[in-house]
Design a binder for this molecule. Structure first.
Ligand code: 5RP
Length: 225
């Protein structure tokens, strides 16, 4: 079993009967959704899934997990999602899979957020992983130029065919090659106030529990109650 599968299965164990569960996106969340599907089928687990992407929605539906949108539920009890980087002070970068907008909305309206990662994602300071920023296509070249002037080393994310990657909301992703993010809070404020930016991949003060996949087993970090 690989480390992503290990933490995916471990995290699915946190889901209890009757819960509304935010279903993350990516190769680690994939294993968690598979395990929830198994529990629904074999253990009669009764849950509602709130997917954070069309890919996760498709997967959950194929497994027989009932799904709703974030607007069709009162609140989400627990969201389980992957991450691209987690700093020593438990901030995260997400959006490597271009699903950061729905991921942030679902996490924001969740009572608890659980991240599942293999140990390679744990870092001292965020920034080695390029920070994804979701932008509206209209004016995106202007935003790109602005980011260049600000020294953010922006790169418009492209598909294999050379066209811009489109998110589930038909927006573009600009990845910022920052190397080190000394002050994530300040950067978040700047990005939040940039016209044309829909959302960015800095997930600050959001996570309650982190499960880290290590070769000797999963390690659980309780960040906040
Ligand atoms: C998608 C994400 C993913 O959670 C993140 O990219 C981690 O993915 P993986 O589990 O495949 O490493 O934020 O937008």
């Amino acid at each position: 079993m690989n480390l992503k599968e290990m933490v995916g299965i471990e995290a699915a164990g946190y889901v209890k009967d009757g819960m509304v569960v935010g279903l993350g996106t990516g190769s680690t969340a994939y294993y968690m959704i598979e395990e929830l599907g198994r529990r629904v089928k074999e253990e009669n687990l009764s849950i509602i899934g709130v997917p954070t992407s069309y890919a996760s929605k498709k997967q959950a539906e194929a497994l027989g997990i009932p799904v709703r949108t974030i607007d069709e539920v009162e609140a989400v009890d627990l969201t389980i999602d992957g991450a691209d980087e987690i700093s020593s002070d438990n901030h995260g970068i997400k959006g490597g899979g271009a699903a950061l907008l729905f991921e942030k909305i679902v996490a924001t309206y969740s009572k608890k957020v659980l991240w599942i990662v293999d140990e390679s994602k744990m870092v001292d300071t965020l920034g080695a992983f390029p920070l994804p920023v979701e932008v509206i296509p209209y004016g995106s070249q202007q935003v790109l130029r602005l980011f260049e002037k600000q020294g953010y080393r922006p790169v418009l994310r492209l598909d294999e065919d050379g066209t811009p990657v489109k998110t589930d909301c038909h927006n573009y992703i600009i990845d910022l090659h920052l190397d080190t993010i000394a002050d994530p809070e300040a950067l978040a404020v700047t990005l939040d106030s940039t016209v044309g930016v829909v959302e960015h991949g800095l997930f600050l003060n959001m996570v309650h529990t982190i499960i880290i996949g290590k070769s000797n087993g999963p390690a659980v970090n309780h960040v906040r109650p």
